[in-house]
Design a protein around this ligand. Structure first.
Ligand SMILES: Nc1ncnc2c1ncn2[C@@H]1O[C@H](COP(=O)(O)OP(=O)(O)OP(=O)(O)O)[C@@H](O)[C@H]1O
Length: 247
């Protein structure tokens, strides 16, 4: 989900911080999760957040990269799959095959972490910033089945980052009666480098343009939203269009 408000400019996605390989000696071994080990393919996905906020105490960087591991599914366990990388403490991902190979990120979450916790640590500050007029972006990436949808959308039992963010945005509006807010939602997909509008079935193959105010998708539908339920119903409607596109 991307939020874009205010006048400060957004940093380019190309400036995303990448992982740093950490020498063996730099890792505090006492923080290693004892119960998580194994070998196999990737069950990790990355939550990338970007905010133009400069809050040195809270965020050392405007762009942060967070890794979230999901647990092995029952099917994977039945098939004898094992985990190849694990969360070693709060910032390091380490290879099970070769323990001297490790990478450091801004934050690493193991498979028992809740989405709520991921949101609180890795995303909430971007929402707070956006409501103060600072541009911000949160997105998840990872291989298929790594847990992007689970993290961003979630379900009734465990809401994802999108519903948590929408709820927080409206809470902030309610708590700030002295200011007037206008919230607009648009929902697009980029598939094979083609931009489609998920709130408007006719909005296919849209162009991305740039002017002095920033980058925008030409002709994209933007809906003014008045409540969390309204915003989430638009997202749900957009999901229906995704299914139509792929059927
Ligand atoms: N943290 C988690 N805890 C428990 N189950 C999870 C977690 N993350 C993902 N899953 C489960 O793993 C499966 C794959 O996750 P999900 O569909 O979110 O992956 P994805 O990255 O969106 O995949 P795709 O790119 O193919 O759409 C789902 O059944 C989901 O419920």
């Amino acid at each position: 989900m991307a939020s874009k408000q205010g006048s400060k400019s957004k940093k380019s996605a190309n400036s995303a911080s990448s992982s740093k390989q950490v020498p063996e000696t730099s890792v505090d071994r006492q923080t290693s999760p004892a119960s998580w080990s194994g070998k196999s393919k990737s069950h990790q996905q990355y939550v990338y957040s970007e905010s133009a906020t400069v809050d040195a105490d809270k965020l050392k960087e405007n762009v942060t990269v967070t890794v979230r591991f999901r647990p092995l599914s029952p099917k994977e366990i039945r098939q004898g799959e094992e985990v190849a990388w694990y969360a070693d403490g709060e910032t390091v991902v380490r290879s099970e095959h070769n323990p001297s190979t490790a990478y450091a990120y801004d934050r690493v979450f193991g498979p028992t972490t809740t989405t709520r916790h991921v949101y609180d640590v890795a995303a909430q500050h971007v929402i707070n910033g956006a409501m103060e007029g600072v541009n911000g972006t949160i997105f998840a990436y990872g291989v298929t089945s790594s847990g992007k949808t689970h993290t961003m959308h979630g379900d009734q039992r465990s809401p994802g980052i999108i519903p948590l963010a929408v709820k927080d945005a409206f809470s902030i509006i309610q708590e700030t009666p002295s200011r007037e807010f206008l919230l607009r939602v648009s929902y697009i997909e980029i598939y094979n480098e083609v931009v489609n509008d998920l709130l408007n079935p006719a909005g296919q193959n849209l162009r991305i343009r740039e002017d002095r105010q920033g980058i925008f998708v030409e002709g994209v539908k933007e809906e003014v939203v008045l409540s969390p339920a309204h915003a989430l119903s638009l997202i749900a409607a957009g999901e229906g269009i995704v299914k139509l596109i792929f059927v």
